[in-house]
Design a protein around this ligand. Sequence first.
Ligand SMILES: [Zn+2]
Ligand SMILES: [Zn+2]
Ligand SMILES: [Zn+2]
Length: 152
Amino acid sequence: MILENRYHFGVATWSEQALSELRAAGYRRGLARARVIDFLDAQDCCVGAQEIHRELVARGERIGLASVYRVLDVLTEKRLAQRVDLGDGVTRFEAVRDEVDHHHHIVCDDCGRIEPFADQRLERVLRDVEKSSGYAVAGHDIVLRGACSSCR
Ligand SMILES: [Zn+2]
Ligand SMILES: [Zn+2]
Ligand SMILES: [Zn+2]
């Protein structure tokens, strides 16, 4: 049994960790909240609060937009999720799983398509810049923008 093994070795999945953080933050167990977490967990990149809300309502969940925001706020506060600002006025969120999952975004200004990319050389250069900056660097944002292959 996969579940038993997982608990046996004490390794919680991202959703399990997120749910327990919400409980610790005083959130009562709620199916809708669990759905927000499941939804975020199923994405491999960022998604806006309104889009999450729209999708959940379309699936028949009874959840308000304000609740979606509250769940996202707690997750962000606990660093289980991060805000992604792509400069179009929409705040998007994505699950923060581990170092391996770290990536950046390339955005099409014409159709709004967002693609993740990761580059180890870029990260190495950034680490060097961080070291020489004298700052305690907490993070970095990199967004490439332009026209995607269908729009150019
Ligand atoms: Zn992403
Ligand atoms: Zn495009
Ligand atoms: Zn990076």
